[in-house]
Design a binder for this molecule. Sequence first.
Ligand SMILES: [Zn+2]
Length: 121
Amino acid sequence: MEIMTGRDRIRGAIAGCRRFHKPGMILTLVCFPLMPFYALFALPCCVGVCLWAWSIIALSAKLKCPNCGHCLSYLVTDPSYSKVPIVFHYPVDIPADIEECPYCHWEFASELESEPRPPKA
Ligand SMILES: [Zn+2]
């Protein structure tokens, strides 16, 4: 059996949000310029904007430290940490040079317990 680390869980959470990013972006960028020619393109364009926005908003809700439950999304969404602008290049992982949770100093390379601990208030 493969060992699941904290980083694997974080990658999984990002991947779950990432699914909506590309389809949303493509729908938006294709349909938006076509709207003046055919008004019905406004519909898929709206859906695209929603998916695109959701993929970025959901990231801040889902990306939590597996150990303490604190929100870690700023590590990937803030360009000063992630070094990639999120709008076009969706992050796939927290930056490699960040190896532990800034709050509880739990190392992301640690093996996960089967159930994540409930977040502290
Ligand atoms: Zn933590």
